[in-house]
Design a protein around this ligand. Structure first.
Ligand code: 13P
Ligand code: SF4
Length: 380
């Protein structure tokens, strides 16, 4: 039975949660979930640690979690066990003006259990830098013939920039379809912040490397490019990357292939082109999970993406042999900041109507960002 009565004393500062045992935190989180019922939705990204993901109502990749938020009409609150840009995206989509109006003006509170859960890649492109790059590009090429495409791993302000300039958002699971959408409209694409997803996707579409340029936002003159290079570029890649996926190296692929004949190498497209070129398969986190689940038992895998996902795959698929591609630990330290203590703290505050760590994108930014997000959601 659903009841609103809190099971624990009045909400306390976070410090009071630090040091509580996992079993205690699990019980308290379960209590909030039971009492709030369908009023609360917990979304969890595949990279979350096991203890946290066990409490998620929906687990998914960035695309699936955005879609879940976009479709959520009924709940009062979303606790996002992911990173900051994911919670921002959920806020933008769940609180579209038409949805808020349909709820009689009530917003869904979107909370990020730990505000320090950011994404270092998203931080590599600031809106001022992108605006400057756009202006500079306009001195060489006609910007009306460029579609700006932002990877979802970016601040809401960049999504709004894309909304304002006829652009679009992509995730790692739809990057190719989004680039096809863009090239049906314009000759060129400015892709930020992840150079690797952009390059790997463009190469898979047979765009040659000499028709791509790399824009370094810290080089004052044309991002470090010549006019000629930009003029012949179809894809202008922002010089950003994921520090987790950058740790997978081509020599790791060589070493695993030499050690395990017949091993299948499966990597995320945030890995460098040199790694992707040597891999057998490349795709989003959901794609990676599906390949392993669908493979005949006894398949040998080496996987290049975040450690928690790979460890969980190993546990969930004892019929397969699964190895981590790198000899060193590659984990998303910011995602890992979401732990049981922060989840419990944020949920107990939510239940009391005193939410902490609410992610609220301002209306002007949200209005333009939703334009580029909806373009993405409409791409098949
Ligand atoms: P997915 O789009 O596969 O969920 O990846 C998100 C991400 O941040 C990978 O680093
Ligand atoms: Fe960002 Fe990389 Fe972490 Fe993904 S794995 S959230 S891109 S830092």
């Amino acid at each position: 039975m659903t009841t609103t009565a809190p099971a624990v004393p009045l909400a306390a500062p976070f410090a009071a949660y630090r040091g509580l045992q996992d079993a205690v935190l699990d019980g308290r989180i379960d209590g909030v979930r039971r009492r709030m019922g369908s009023r609360l939705v917990i979304l969890g990204h595949h990279y979350q640690q096991d203890g946290v993901i066990a409490h998620a109502d929906i687990q998914g990749d960035s695309y699936q979690l955005s879609r879940s938020a976009a479709e959520r009409a009924d709940c009062e609150a979303i606790a996002f066990c992911g990173v900051h840009f994911m919670a921002e995206t959920a806020d933008i989509l769940v609180n579209r003006p038409d949805r808020v109006a349909a709820r009689g003006g009530r917003r869904v509170a979107v909370v990020l259990p730990d505000m320090a859960a950011g994404c270092s890649m998203a931080d590599m492109a600031a809106i001022e830098q992108v605006e400057d790059a756009w202006t500079d590009l306009g001195t060489v090429i006609d910007t009306s013939d460029i579609t700006p495409v932002t990877y979802i791993n970016s601040a809401a302000s960049l999504k709004a920039f894309c909304g304002r300039h006829g652009g679009i958002v992509c995730t790692s699971s739809n990057a190719r379809a989004v680039l096809e959408w863009a090239f049906a409209r314009t000759k060129r694409v400015l892709f930020f912040p992840d150079q690797h997803l952009g390059r790997n996707t463009a190469r898979a579409m047979s765009i040659p490397l000499d028709e791509m340029s790399l824009w370094n936002p810290y080089v004052p003159t044309l991002g470090g490019n010549s006019r000629g290079q930009l003029e012949k570029s179809r894809v202008i890649l922002w010089q950003g990357h994921c520090s987790v996926h950058a740790m997978f190296k081509p020599e790791h692929v060589d070493a695993i292939r030499a050690a395990i004949p017949g091993v299948k190498i499966l990597v995320h497209p945030e890995c460098t082109m040199e790694v992707v070129d040597k891999a057998d398969l490349t795709g989003s986190t959901s794609y990676i999970l599906k390949q392993v689940a669908d493979a005949p038992s006894g398949t040998q895998w080496a996987i290049g993406t975040e450690l928690h996902l790979v460890k969980r795959l190993e546990q969930n698929h004892p019929e397969q042999t699964i190895r981590f591609l790198s000899p060193v630990v590659c984990m998303c330290a910011t995602m890992y900041r979401i732990d049981l203590a922060h989840l419990c703290w944020s949920l107990e505050h939510l239940e009391r109507g005193k939410p902490v760590n609410v992610i609220r994108v301002d209306d002007e930014t949200a209005a333009w960002a939703v334009t580029s997000l909806e373009r993405m959601l409409a791409v098949k």
